[in-house]
Write a protein that binds this ligand. Structure first.
Ligand code: TXA
Ligand code: MG
Length: 362
């Protein structure tokens, strides 16, 4: 397939390219677009044939549902048959932005989009190019991350091109995605919110938004799949959580604990061996030979932004057989970074100096 490249730097000046992308989606094509989290691969969510092409281009398992992207809040009630007050409040405060609300779906959404579930994930992205293209298409846009299935999500045009050139109708070059990790996914019921995937919108952001909107009582549950690998017979609430995502080719081990201790432990385990590579915080870069750093130890936003690019770099390095990675704590955006890294490691996690952690962090 010949893939059109649409380079968009300004939504007004490049309005013809926005229209082209929108038209391709409206007519059943599939187009990779930048969003504020990662690049997405978009199709008309109401056209099952177009959505099937996305599964095929990505090599995605058919039991993993897509998020439906909208460009106006009112589309939420057009797509979901029940919107609890909690969801309406979060849409009001945190949209447009990197938050996906999983709610009961209306029946006109094709089964292929939701993988047969009776709920649908809805997101109103804030990226101006994404919003303009969704608007130009005139339809809700189903879009998973624009990587080949099993590889890290793509955060730049170059990586999107690497994975999808020749497999999709068009790729929009709109610069780097900002956040670097995918949206926060929550399922929302009256009085109860379940975190299915952490992102740069944190638990603190969610509880603050709820209280600002006058909702005082709402439990927030961290889904079990965030903490451990599910067993073969357990069914995850977000089907995507069961797959080994974001994985570089070499196996990864994640090290949690105070950064100074994890750096020391990783150095000890490397022991001058040639085929070990290290993913570390900036401060410890000089301790290792084959290392990629992904942000300062206390700058979780930078770590989120750089993580997927850093993971991809190991695939470009010669002869890497094992990757040892420093993992941040679960606080704030750290929860999203640690979750992606632990998944890349298939939950192969070493907790370093557990009892000493508090002492060392102070
Ligand atoms: O930031 C993002 O969310 C990006 C950009 C492109 O918007 N999209 C993205 O899509 O990350 P994807 O398909 O790579 O991840 C969607 C996740 C999967 O883990 C999927 O299982 C879950 O959301 N999900 C989607 N619909 C769901 C539903 N109805 N119930 C539970 N989980 C759902
Ligand atoms: Mg994905």
């Amino acid at each position: 397939m010949n893939t059109e490249i649409l380079r968009i730097s300004d939504i007004k000046r490049d309005s013809d390219l926005i229209l082209r992308a929108g038209e391709l989606i409206a007519s059943g094509g599939i187009v990779a677009i930048p969003t504020e989290t990662v690049y997405g691969l978009g199709a008309n969510a109401l056209n099952p044939k177009a959505v099937a092409k996305v599964f095929e281009a990505k090599g995605r398992p058919s039991d993993n549902p897509f998020i439906v992207h909208i460009c106006e809040r009112r589309q939420l009630s057009e797509l979901c048959h029940h919107v609890p007050a909690e969801a309406a409040a979060l849409a009001e405060r945190l949209w447009p932005g990197p938050l996906t609300l999983v709610l009961p779906r209306k029946s006109h959404i094709p089964d292929i989009v939701t993988a047969g579930l009776d709920t649908v994930g809805i997101r109103f992205p804030s990226h101006p190019i994404a919003r303009a293209i969704i608007k130009a298409s005139g339809v809700p846009v189903a879009a998973p991350s624009a990587n080949l299935s099993g590889r890290p999500s793509t955060t730049s045009f170059a990586h999107t091109f690497e994975d999808l050139n020749g497999r999709v109708d068009a790729i929009v070059d709109g610069g780097d995605a900002y956040a670097g990790v995918e949206s926060t996914v929550i399922s929302v019921k009256k009085g109860s919110i379940r975190l299915l995937r952490p992102g740069v919108i944190t638990l603190e952001d969610i509880s603050q938004a709820l209280s600002e909107q006058g909702i005082e009582r709402c439990e927030i549950i961290l889904d079990e799949a965030l903490r451990r690998k599910l067993t073969a017979d357990e069914r995850p609430r977000a089907p995507g959580m069961k797959y080994r995502h974001y994985a570089p080719r070499a196996p990864v081990t994640a090290f949690t604990g105070a950064p100074a201790l994890t750096a020391e432990e990783i150095r000890r385990r490397c022991g001058g061996r040639e085929h070990m590579a290290v993913l570390c915080f900036d401060e410890y870069r000089d301790m290792f030979k084959n290392a990629v750093s992904y942000g300062s130890k206390n700058d979780m936003a930078a770590q989120a932004h750089n993580l997927f690019d850093a993971l991809r770099r190991f695939d470009e390095m010669e002869g890497v057989e094992e990757i040892l990675a420093q993992c941040p704590s679960d606080e704030g955006v750290g929860l999203a970074v640690a979750n992606r890294l632990k998944k890349a490691a298939g939950f192969n996690v070493v907790e370093v100096g557990k009892e000493q952690t508090l002492f060392w962090e102070r």
